[in-house]
Design a protein. Sequence first.
Length: 132
Amino acid sequence: MNPLARIGLIVSYAVLALAALGRSSYQISTKFADAPLAYSVSALSAILYAVIAIALWKGRHRIALIGTSIELAGVLIVGTLGYIESSWWPDQTVWTGYGSAYGWVPLVLPILALWALLRARRAHLASSGDGA
């Protein structure tokens, strides 16, 4: 993977982890009873973002690939459910509205990360003679 792309992804995921951690910590500590599912999703997204950032930093591309796949699925599921049944999400999560409160970064970032990770994997397989 291109070193600049890797650093960009690591920084992006670290910033999102901190933002989601701050948001969820405040929400859980002050008003958890208002929207426990939404605030739990934000906390889980913070953990997932941190795992992805650390995996990218340590070169654990398989873990990063799995994490970004889970992230994209989560963003799509929570975002879609928010439009289908908004009463399930009485307050916003990091992934509500496909991450609109975060400038849609939670939707775009896993797509970019998956693209970069899969591209690097293909290049690695081609150079090692293990695949096309």
